[in-house]
Structure formats: structure tokens, C-alpha cells
Design a protein around this ligand. Structure first.
Ligand code: GRF
Length: 211
């Protein structure tokens, strides 16, 4: 019996890949049991299929159905392949409502989110771009000035990119950085941050620890 992780994605799935690799190399007694995307073109779906992981696409069309109906369907889909122990939002671009979060909690499933900014900084989309622009706009910045950006993993609560912090990873912003340089650095840090968070959650679940 292994710790079951369902991953919600909307895009490229590099963080998903890092979770897949970590499961496959045997570091954790864990498996990704389902990958769900709200975007059809998400390459992460292909990554799942290539690794024989169930991959589902569930789009949300705000004009077709209320958000609460979509999120009920999402919950059913999450439960459809065996109840996961953990749901990881890894580049998942959809804000989950109170009802969904209450229902998932009632099922005893923990849900966490990876956000590319440090706690309390730049919630919402484009956390990296916002950190970069704030740094560039700093009037005290000099050629030697080094700023701080980073990422975090937190429990999902109704407030966007808030919730108890599980792990953080800081990275420097250098004066000569382009936004792309910072993006690359934060996206590397995200892998470490996510692995640390998931590792700590698995270790809390004593029954899955390897002897
Ligand atoms: C990550 O930077 C994540 O924090 C952000 O979107 C990106 C997703 O990357 N919200 P990937 O799909 O895991 O490659």
C-alpha cells in the first residue's frame, strides 16, 4: 500500500515530472494515481500518459456551468480512481471555492499548492514577474544590490496563495538578471520546495514510512 497523490495541473508539468521521478526512484513509498488538467493542451497530461498514470481533462467554462457544479465534478473525478491521501496543485490555474475545500477536507484529503513567490508576497498570477518588477523599481537598487525572491508550498484555503506554509525556498535576484533569468532560478527552486513539502507530509503519515 502506498501514499496516493493526485496532481492538478494546467500546463507544462515540470513540477509534476519531478514528483513522478521521485515516486519512481523509490525515495517515497508513494504513487501518483491521477493527473487532472483543466487545460486540454497541458503537456503534463502527456507526461502522465508516458508514465502510465491516469490522465484526465476537465475544463471549466464559466458561461456553461456555475463554478460550484464544476468543482463537484472535480471532486468526483478526484475520488474516481481510489481516494488520494494528498492533492497537489502544481501549476493549477483555477481558484478553488470554499465548498470544494470543505468537501475535500470532509473526505480526509489534504490539498496543497505550489506558488512561485514567498509567503505574503505577490499572491495570484505572475508571482515571478511581480517580484522582478518590484526589484527593478526599487529606487535604492545599485549594480551590486541583491534582492530576494522565491517560492512556497502551502495548504490551500479559500484565500488565494495563503494558508499554512509547509516549505519555502529563497533565491537571489541580481541586478543584471533578466526576468527570464529569475524565472529559471525560481522554477528550479520550486522542485526542491515541492519535494520538501511532499516529503514532510509523507513522513507525517507514519504508515507509509519505509523501515
Ligand atoms: C510554476 O512556476 C508554478 O508555480 C506556476 O506555474 C508554473 C507551472 O510549471 N504557477 P509546470 O507546469 O509545473 O512546469
Amino acid at each position: 500500500m502506498s501514499f496516493k497523490i493526485t496532481v492538478l495541473i494546467s500546463g507544462y508539468g515540470s513540477n509534476l515530472q519531478s514528483l513522478i521521478d521521485h515516486c519512481e526512484n523509490g525515495f517515497w513509498r508513494a504513487e501518483i494515481n491521477h493527473v487532472i488538467s483543466n487545460k486540454k493542451a497541458a503537456y503534463g497530461l502527456e507526461r502522465a500518459r508516458q508514465n502510465d498514470i491516469l490522465a484526465s481533462y476537465l475544463p471549466y467554462f464559466s458561461k456553461k456551468e456555475p463554478r460550484s457544479v464544476y468543482e463537484m465534478e472535480l471532486l468526483s473525478l478526484i475520488l474516481s480512481n481510489g481516494k488520494p491521501d494528498l492533492v497537489v496543485c502544481a501549476g493549477w490555474m483555477h481558484v478553488l471555492g470554499v465548498e470544494f475545500l470543505e468537501n475535500i477536507q470532509a473526505e480526509g484529503i489534504r490539498i496543497i499548492n505550489l506558488h512561485p513567490a514567498l509567503p505574503g508576497m505577490f499572491p495570484g498570477t505572475d508571482g515571478i514577474g511581480s517580484a522582478y518588477r518590484a526589484f527593478r523599481a526599487n529606487p535604492f537598487r545599485t549594480e551590486k544590490w541583491v534582492g530576494v525572491a522565491g517560492c512556497m508550498v502551502h495548504n490551500v484555503i479559500p484565500e488565494i496563495d495563503a494558508g499554512k506554509v509547509i516549505s519555502t525556498f529563497k533565491v537571489p535576484i541580481y541586478s543584471q538578471d533578466s526576468e527570464e533569468d529569475l524565472r529559471n532560478r525560481v522554477q528550479i527552486a520550486e522542485k526542491f520546495c515541492l519535494l520538501e513539502a511532499v516529503s514532510s507530509i509523507i513522513l507525517e503519515n507514519n504508515k507509509y514510512n519505509k523501515s
